[in-house]
Design a protein around this ligand. Structure first.
Ligand SMILES: Nc1ncnc2c1ncn2[C@@H]1O[C@H](COP(=O)(O)OP(=O)(O)OP(=O)(O)O)[C@@H](O)[C@H]1O
Length: 459
């Protein structure tokens, strides 16, 4: 073995381990002892060690809980030092089972100790090399650090370039893309690259504002303007003065408010509800839609003049299926982000899981990917996430050996799931998209065993 490798020794009663330490030193290990209390903070230089030994016999209660946090945060492999009968204690047993690589008796002989330590050190080195490789090849390119937008596929590179270009000017931008593709993230990225970066970024979901409140939300109101207007209220447009206003789901803005918005875009002035004077507001407008606005214009649901005002610059955010190269990179990125919530044995994705993710069509795009990875991390009982943890073990593509009735059922379920994902589980919107009633959506959700959103009830 290499000489001068370092290992931790965490022990409440180190005097009992004198001969074990002597054996480790004779094997070429430098033993480093952190001081109690044994919290995650006491392993200052964790990277310098490969293996840790923790004395567990006799340890209970709070010190044991502190140890748990220490082992959770460490990147070493740990051996518990304890006599076999010490495993009868349930709390100790659970700590060893979930957080340790193995356990050894205090009197373990030098040859066995040397072998175990060598193998563990080799495994840690391998794990660290793998991790470093992923960090180099996976997401953290300059683009990502800049926008926290992950993606290295050509479609994403084009998006990053477009973001840079449109950020430099002050004209309105219309951001198109399916639900969950990253339209809001794109808007934030444009703002952060723009000369308005020191101003605020305000986002409004036009589909979520109640019709009767929308005008006062956008433009504000004066005290006494209507029943209940007890105070003057600054609207969202005015609040974004000198910054950027992001109008999400612009296609859902009622026609009456489209006129008001158009007037603002033309004059750059607003009038609060019940107000007499006009106020100049300097705001850059970014708008996003997942519906085809040209079609909405043709059907008379969206004003053509407003459409042209907003559509000065366009950004298209690609659907996840249009940059499948990024699926694995994104999945690993979110895994790293959420692993802090569930540290422990979980190490990553199995090959089957990666393949299943590549084969899946991701109707809910990146938002769906986030939800599935997060759920899988909770559900997974092994070291590697399996396709069933992601809930996508279902066959993709044309069915084989199904009766017509079964195939219809599958297609119906897939269409329903996809519409719900695309519409952030809003039943009303999914019903509109599929051209059926809300009641039908509820009936189909029940038929296919899909959970009903908490906030919605059947009509
Ligand atoms: N390229 C990306 N890299 C990392 N995270 C991303 C990326 N794109 C989207 N996300 C994440 O996916 C989620 C959905 O993104 P976002 O809200 O921007 O999508 P959207 O298109 O605006 O959705 P909706 O149409 O429902 O409003 C967010 O949590 C966002 O941070």
């Amino acid at each position: 073995m290499e000489r001068d490798q370092r290992c931790w020794l965490v022990a409440e009663a180190p005097e009992k381990l004198g001969s074990l330490v002597a054996r480790l030193e004779a094997l070429g290990w430098t033993v480093t002892r952190p001081k109690a209390p044994f919290t995650s903070r006491c392993l200052e230089d964790d990277e310098a060690c490969l293996v840790g030994l923790v004395q567990l016999d006799g340890m209970t209660g709070d010190p044991l809980r502190q140890l748990e946090s220490l082992l959770l945060h460490s990147r070493c492999l740990w051996f518990a030092i304890l006599p076999d009968d010490a495993l009868e204690d349930a709390a100790r047993r659970s700590l060893v089972a979930t957080l340790c690589h193995g356990f050894i008796e205090p009197g373990v002989d030098g040859a066995e100790l040397g072998y175990l330590m060598r193998r563990a050190a080799a495994l840690v080195q391998l794990q660290r090399q793998e991790l470093a490789l992923h960090r180099r090849t996976a997401p953290l390119s300059a683009d990502i650090a800049e926008y926290e937008m992950v993606g290295t596929a050509p479609a994403m590179r084009t998006l990053f370039q477009t973001i840079r270009k449109v950020a430099a000017v002050d004209a309105p931008v219309l951001i198109n893309g399916e639900s969950g593709t990253g339209k809001e993230l794109t808007a934030v990225a444009i703002h952060e690259r723009s000369p308005r970066v020191s101003g605020v970024f305000h986002a409004i979901n036009c589909g979520a504002l109640p019709d009767q409140l929308i005008q006062s939300e956008l433009f504000g109101h004066e005290k006494g303007a209507f029943t209940g207007a007890a105070q003057r209220k600054i609207g969202r447009i005015e609040a974004a003065d000198a910054g950027t206003l992001f109008l999400d789901e612009i296609g859902d803005l009622p026609l009456e408010q489209q006129v008001n918005l158009l007037r603002f875009l033309e004059t750059r002035r607003i009038q609060r509800v019940g107000g007499l004077s006009e106020i100049a507001v300097d705001v850059r407008i970014l708008a996003a839609t997942h519906v085809n606005l040209e079609e909405a214009v043709r059907e008379g649901r969206f004003r053509e003049d407003l459409y042209h005002r907003l559509n000065v610059l366009q950004v298209k955010v690609p659907a996840l299926r249009d940059h499948p190269e990024d699926i694995e990179i994104l999945a690993r990125y979110f895994f790293e982000r959420f692993i802090r919530e569930k540290p422990g044995r979980l190490k990553g994705f199995s090959r089957d899981a990666l393949q299943a993710m590549r084969d899946y069509s991701w109707p809910g795009n990146i938002r769906e990917l986030i939800n599935r990875v997060r759920r899988a991390m909770v559900m997974c009982d092994n070291r590697l996430i399996q396709p069933e943890d992601l809930g996508i073990e279902r066959r993709q593509g044309p069915a084989s050996g199904l009766s017509l009735c079964q195939a219809r059922d599958e297609a119906e379920r897939d269409a329903l799931v996809a519409a719900l994902e695309r519409n952030a589980h809003r039943v009303q919107a999914a019903a509109r998209e599929l051209d059926v009633s809300r009641v039908t959506i509820y009936r189909l959700m029940e038929k296919h065993g899909l959970a009903r959103p908490m906030s919605e009830a059947p009509a």
